[in-house]
Design a protein around this ligand. Sequence first.
Ligand SMILES: [Zn+2]
Length: 340
Amino acid sequence: MRRAKLLCLIWAFLLLGGCGNDHNDHLPSAPPLAESSTLAASGLEDAGAPGAQWGVFQSMRQPKAVEEEPQGLSVYVPWGAPVFAGPNGDQPTGSFIPAEETLTVEAADSVVWFSFEGGYLYGEDLYPVYGEEIGQATLTHSLLEQRMKALEQQLPQGQYWNHADQDLPWGLETPFSITDTPCEHSLYDQLYCNLYESPAQGLFPEYDYLCQCLGFACLLSDQLFGQEAPYFFLEDYDGLRVGDHVRLWEYEHSLVVRAVDEDGVTFAEVNPDYEDCQISWDRYFTWDEWDVSYAWDIQCVITRYPLAWDGEAWQPLEEAALDGGETYSDEADWEEDSNG
Ligand SMILES: [Zn+2]
């Protein structure tokens, strides 16, 4: 993990590219946000709070887009799942949950890590159990899909991710404001664009604030995985997974993986035309199209799935040799279509 953070820092200093457009320099920096102490803990339910109608202050308390999952989830372990001492891939205990076992885990804030009496399990090793049925997707994937659908409702396709025509002082965050009115950046610059505050700002020091495609991608990533989830840089771009944030260099654009399969990939994004911050959840590329269109231009892929250092490269946790031996997923005598 320490090396991952170092990697992040190195990247952060190396990254010189940009967010939505090149107008940042002459725009004022975001002023300090107003104190939120007067707002009720219920957040946006306090409709009388200043700015509540735009979603202002919402990100300050980081409410979840989705209700927390119920505690006590029944899960199935198809292969021997390693037990970790903490919610961190750096800490394998060396013990495993035996293959084909069913147990109960506790869901906390994370869609990645789940606790049980013996430690922590990785959600990509677990499958949810619904009564007698075993889910087709991993627990992490299943929860991400729920959160994606909730976000799609909250930030609908075709709407504009902005606060157009609102008399809102520049610089206030508006991460959940949507309107029917295009931004028209060529006329109004970033006047109506939503801003979002996130630790991801540290990965993009060349910007004073997160907005447009970059802000939206950081918002989705935080809503899906939690703002506290560590950041990793994916080294193998063929390994895109749902929720990964793809940052493009020459195109100066950000996309979030909405769905992925063997044929291609679908992205969520705003502002693909650089003009209007329109929300899209359905831009699809076959892998051939992706290679020709954008894959060559990837600046970095920010993932919140844990990676582990295997001595040579950062690998997805389930593909890394945790104890110097074989990877545990290689050892699994398990076929995907045999599950459920
Ligand atoms: Zn905009």
